[in-house]
Design a protein around this ligand. Structure first.
Ligand SMILES: [Zn+2]
Ligand SMILES: [Zn+2]
Length: 263
């Protein structure tokens, strides 16, 4: 019997799309369930996947771009109306904790109305935490570095974006979320992984494929590409051919919304 499944609830990039939802991924390792990112329409996708409000052991938000958090407030409204009862940990960049709390209040999702507590936990790079039986290790990426250089003085935010390693005794998965360059992948691949979920909007496809091909044999069990930029997605067949030629026998797939990978 399978011990781990990964479901792509939304595989789009930052641009609006009639085909793809925004970033949201469901991981089930043994009997633990983790939702990574809440791009819209995550509430609808969770319903469609048969996930009940009390099923989630925790939520992790990689960074505060709207294609990763835009569905979070609707999800919380749903948890209020459906009366989720289990206290819920929401792990997110520290800079998001107060704004998210304020937005929940502004949206009349008061803590007194909820049947569960929402516990906001700031992410700290290289500091692991548990979501059910899943050990999650966030790693700071360079995704927002350029914005920080340009706007950091005027907007004193943290400019934090994280990638992740998720693991239990049987399975290790790396998830790039949004990165700034190939160098951000190194820390995710210091040990072999069963699955690498990798974005394809902020790196050059040919450079990424060459980088992955250079990994030691068997180091990556399989790769699932997501978050393809709009031009890459428009040329999906070309991308698939390019990846097949470059990656050889490294198993890989280009994710569509709803895809499930069983490990
Ligand atoms: Zn994104
Ligand atoms: Zn982003």
């Amino acid at each position: 019997m399978s011990k781990a499944t990964f479901q792509a609830l939304g595989t789009g990039d930052g641009w609006a799309s009639d085909r793809r939802g925004h970033s949201a991924f469901l991981f089930k390792l043994e009997d633990s369930t983790l939702l990574l990112d809440c791009g819209e329409p995550v509430s609808r996708r969770l319903r469609a996947a048969g996930v009940q409000p009390d099923d989630l052991d925790g939520i992790v938000l990689s960074h505060l771009h709207c294609d990763h958090v835009g569905g979070f407030f609707m999800l919380m409204q749903g948890f209020w109306l459906d009366q989720r009862t289990r206290d819920l940990a929401v792990h997110l960049p520290a800079e998001g904790v107060e704004p998210v709390r304020r937005m929940l209040d502004a949206a009349y999702i008061f803590e007194e109305l909820m049947a569960c507590a929402l516990n906001f936990e700031p992410l700290q790079s290289s500091t692991s935490f548990e979501v059910g039986g899943i050990t999650m290790t966030p790693h700071l990426t360079t995704h927002l570095d350029q914005l920080k250089t340009t706007f950091g003085e005027k907007y004193p935010a943290g400019f934090e974006a994280f990638s992740f390693v998720l693991e239990n005794a049987d399975t290790r998965i790396a998830h790039s979320a949004d990165i700034g360059g190939l160098g951000d992948l190194r820390v995710l691949l210091t040990q072999p992984v069963d699955l690498l979920v990798c974005e394809l909007a902020h790196v050059e496809p040919d450079e990424l494929f060459a980088y992955l091909k250079d990994q030691p044999e068997g180091h990556i069990g399989q790769v699932a590409f997501t978050h393809l930029s709009r031009p890459c997605r428009a040329n999906l067949e070309g991308m698939q051919a390019q990846a097949a030629a470059a990656l050889g026998d490294l198993p890989h797939t280009f994710l569509n919304d709803g895809d499930v990978i069983t490990l």
